[in-house]
Design a binder for this molecule. Structure first.
Ligand code: ADP
Length: 486
């Protein structure tokens, strides 16, 4: 059974006070008893002295001056006189042999009185207490010689009543002290225990993982303990939060690693597949040439195909190497202040022949603007986007290249009047090896690597590539780089 500490403390304190009252009352009662007895003994001793003086005077006044004879003949009279003048209570007189010479009471002598008498006959004072009655037996002496014994009676009723009254009073005081001290202690310990109960609640909340606990404001050890627990909880919360963050970081790293692993596997799978196709084609032509070495027409076709596929393989190898180099090593580039209009112009010059081949019309709106970038990599970015604008354009289509310097960035836009990019794959076209139409890409020697390479080059230098617009009328790619004003 669980007993609350406030009940325990209250009972203990009340019990302690009750014990004090009991000890105190026992001492007081003992004192009262001793005092009453001393008073009675004193009074009776005085009566005994008076009786002896009175006996001597009575004998002197009597005709017979022999004490024994006096007691025998005038004992009853002397006893009556003693009762009247000295004691006020029944008196019994005994002669030297213990025989009664005067008895002023109807009560027969008890066995205990007889034993006490035997003691008194040896010239000693003795008394006996029976219930409320006290029998005081003391020698009667004449000129120092014992001639008999006088027995006084004393009623202890009043003493007993006083003693009982005091005892009753102490019982009431004891009960009152117990109840009152219990109540007061309970009230006091209640406020004291409230602090402990609140501490207990606090610990329970921490156990359940609620760390933001309130501080108990008290200027005592409980207050200090509360502050200690709150501080501990705070530290625990911080440690847990740190651990959660670490765990979160770790799982993020694991997720990233497995994603990287997946991408790498996919990349290798794609590389293998994309390399196999041109190699299979080359091998097929070589086999055919083996079988028909004199076929002139086959020779010409094979030469064209093998040259085309070899070129494609060459470009693919180059792009794959560039991509994987970017994955593995810190990208090394030398940034320089680059004038955008002239950089675009020189890339366009290199592609002029290809544009003419497809009958494409080029319009430009180029303004002087500066960015900070690596010239070679910027050329690759522009060349890839322009190459796509040529490859995926319609016959006799148009290409428009413009640039504008805004507040913070320089924006280059490359628009074509080509086939457009279907909705929903806009994000995917930047992934390595992704092509919307495999055959069309292959026709132009592409393998889905150009955009992913361009995007990475741009982003590593602080730039960005996005699709500004794409529909049936064509596509617009946007390249943005932070402006260089110095
Ligand atoms: P590829 O070498 O095949 O051209 P890219 O990474 O450059 O690879 O392009 C990915 C795919 O995005 C292309 O296969 C093509 O389907 C699509 N694409 C890129 N540019 C254009 C464009 N200007 N117009 C239409 N489709 C485009």
């Amino acid at each position: 059974m669980r007993i609350s500490i406030k009940l325990k403390f209250s009972l203990f304190l009340a019990g302690l006070l009750l014990l004090t009252v009991i000890v105190l009352s026992l001492l007081v009662l003992q004192g009262i008893e001793r005092n009453q007895r001393a008073q009675t003994e004193g009074l009776l001793a005085q009566q005994a002295d008076t009786a002896n003086v009175y006996l001597y005077q009575s004998i002197m006044a009597a005709s017979s001056k022999v004490p024994e004879t006096y007691l025998k003949t005038k004992g009853a009279e002397f006893g009556e006189q003693l009762e009247k003048l000295v004691s006020g209570q029944p008196v019994v007189l005994y002669d030297g042999s213990g025989s009664v010479t005067s008895r002023r009471t109807a009560t027969p002598p008890s066995v205990s009185v007889k034993q006490t008498l035997a003691y008194a006959l040896e010239n000693k004072t003795a008394y006996l207490v029976e219930g409320d009655s006290m029998y005081y037996l003391t020698p009667l002496r004449v000129l120092g010689e014992q001639v008999g014994v006088v027995q006084f009676y004393y009623s202890l009723g009043d003493h007993q009543a006083f003693y009982d009254e005091i005892k009753q009073l102490f019982i009431y005081i004891g009960a009152g002290v117990f109840v009152l001290s219990f109540l007061l202690a309970y009230l006091y310990f209640n406020s004291f225990a409230r602090g402990i109960i609140r501490l207990n609640d606090t610990v329970g909340r921490i156990r359940e993982g609620q760390f933001g606990v309130p501080v108990i404001k008290r200027r005592d050890e409980i207050g200090e303990l509360g502050a200690g627990i709150a501080a501990m909880s705070e530290r625990l919360m911080l440690t847990m939060r740190d651990k959660d963050q670490e765990r979160e970081k770790l799982s993020l790293a694991v997720r990233k690693l497995s994603e990287l692993d997946r991408q790498q596997k996919e990349f290798i799978g794609n590389v293998t597949h994309e390399f196999k196709t041109p190699l299979t084609s080359i091998k097929a032509y070589l086999d055919l040439l083996d079988m028909y070495p004199d076929d002139e027409e086959l020779l010409t076709t094979a030469k064209t195909h093998i040259a085309g596929e070899t070129q494609r393989l060459y470009e693919m190898v180059e792009k794959v190497l560039q991509l994987s180099a970017m994955e593995k090593y810190d990208f090394e580039y030398s940034k320089e202040r680059l004038e955008v209009a002239s950089t675009i112009g020189s890339v366009l010059d290199g592609l002029k022949g290809k544009m003419d081949k497809f009958g494409l019309t080029l319009t430009t709106d180029l303004r002087e603007a500066y960015i900070e970038a690596d010239k070679d990599y910027m050329n690759i970015v522009l060349a890839n986007l322009l190459d796509n604008a040529i490859k995926y354009n319609k016959a006799n289509g148009r290409i428009r290249v413009s640039n504008v310097a805004l507040d913070n960035e320089v924006v280059i836009e490359i628009s074509d009047t080509g086939i457009g990019i279907p909705e929903g794959v806009a994000d995917k076209i930047f992934e390595a090896f992704y092509t919307v139409d495999k055959n069309r890409s292959r026709e132009h020697g592409g393998a889905g690597l150009g955009l992913s390479l361009a995007k990475r080059y741009a982003e590593t230098q602080g730039g960005a590539i996005s699709i500004a617009k794409s529909d049936g009328s064509g596509t617009t790619f946007r390249i943005a780089f932070p402006i260089q004003t110095r």
